[in-house]
Design a protein around this ligand. Structure first.
Ligand code: PMP
Length: 359
């Protein structure tokens, strides 16, 4: 039986990438060593890092006035790095709260600076993202912060707010590489790897170069965007294996026609699932149609008593990791780039059978 992994992250990686990593695991390019065992300043790793960056630039069409940094650790570290690098003294910034992760980013910035909430979706239980525009941006804001896809609630900005009054900073952890974006619309984009990019342990930061020049108070060295950009992600020993895996994922994406192709498939997978849920009597998708994520499909069972059975039986059917986030409940199917359409077809097949059996 084929197992399909719907975890929100760490999440499924493309089978072809896993096969390549397995093939090279103990003998990277004839070295008789794993890439994990190889010096990070030697030719093997530095060329791998340069290739990974080049492929990412190609995939996202990153303009020349942006730097790409492979940061150690998870996306949460950026919640601190962003205000510490971009604010000082009494300077302020604006945050749009669309879910758990943007709230966490705001709470972290608030520990150091006086920052503003310019929009909060709590009043709709985070089932809809509210539109944002320049008129909402504070006069003196040094940046405006958004989370483009809300992993936990399964919402996203279908079209990204056009903000020109302040640099737009975007947490794209759960959707980078899944849909087309215009990098030039942002001051900074970041994404933890463990959804669409690779294993956990590395976070990608794409930052407009003028933001590196901003005066600031001293920042811990590993959080300093300028230092990290100047050292080309090699200030210290980087997470070499996650970067290697991310590089394989970028190659995989390029071989498949890049992000435009991926986006088409992702839209198709998500539509199949949402259409099925909307037509069913047992399942319910709580998210407003215009705000529905194509990466994280959240759904409930109208009969809550069946939840335990649904978890047990879906697991037996080889459909793993469908439980909703611990504070939200219900169910969530994370269908990132690596999830083949067949995984979604199998999930719908199972849900159909389950509904027939119990309703
Ligand atoms: N932002 C978003 C949108 C996320 O989904 C997550 C984790 N799932 C994070 C930030 C935090 O990532 P990490 O655990 O890598 O710090």
């Amino acid at each position: 039986m084929t197992i399909y992994n719907f975890y929100a992250g760490p999440a499924m990686l493309p089978v072809e990438v896993m096969a390549k990593a397995k093939e090279e695991f103990t003998n990277y390019k004839g070295t008789q060593m794993s890439i994990m065992e190889i010096f990070h300043r030697g030719v093997h790793f530095t060329s791998l890092l340069a290739k990974a960056e080049k492929d990412l630039v190609k995939l996202l069409e990153i303009p020349e006035n942006y730097s790409v940094i492979f940061f150690p650790a998870g996306a949460t570290l950026q919640f601190s790095a962003i205000p510490l690098n971009l604010l000082q003294g009494n300077e302020t910034a604006d945050y749009a709260i669309t879910g758990v992760w943007s709230k966490k980013a705001y709470d972290e910035a608030k520990r150091f600076f006086k920052v503003n909430v310019i929009s909060d979706c709590q009043d709709n239980n985070y089932t809809k993202v509210k539109p944002l525009d320049d008129s909402m941006i504070s006069e003196n804001a040094k940046y405006a912060y958004i989370t483009t896809n809300n992993t936990i609630y399964g919402t996203r900005y279908k079209s990204i707010p056009r903000i020109t009054k302040a640099p737009l900073i975007a947490d794209m952890t759960s959707e980078l590489l899944s849909r087309k974006i215009n990098v030039k619309d942002y001051g900074l984009i970041f994404a933890g790897a463990q959804k669409n990019i690779g294993p956990s342990g590395v976070t990608i930061v794409i930052i407009r170069k003028d933001l590196l020049e901003k005066d600031k108070n001293p920042v811990p060295v590993l959080l300093d965007y300028r230092i990290m950009a100047e050292s080309k992600s090699l200030y210290n020993t980087p997470p070499t294996y996650p970067i290697y895996m991310a590089g394989l994922v970028f190659e995989w994406l390029l071989q498949r026609g890049g992000i435009e192709e991926m986006e088409k498939i992702n839209e198709e997978k998500a539509s199949l699932l949402y259409d099925f849920i909307d037509a069913s009597k047992l399942y319910h998708a709580p998210v407003d149609k215009e705000s529905r994520s194509i990466m994280n499909v959240v759904f409930w069972l109208r009969n809550k008593d069946l939840e335990k059975k649904f978890t047990e039986e879906s697991t037996i059917a080889g459909l793993i990791g469908l439980e909703g986030y611990r504070t939200v409940g219900g169910f969530r199917a994370s269908i990132y780039n690596a999830m083949p359409i067949q995984g979604v077809i199998n999930l719908i097949g199972f849900m159909q059978e389950f509904e027939k059996k119990y309703l």
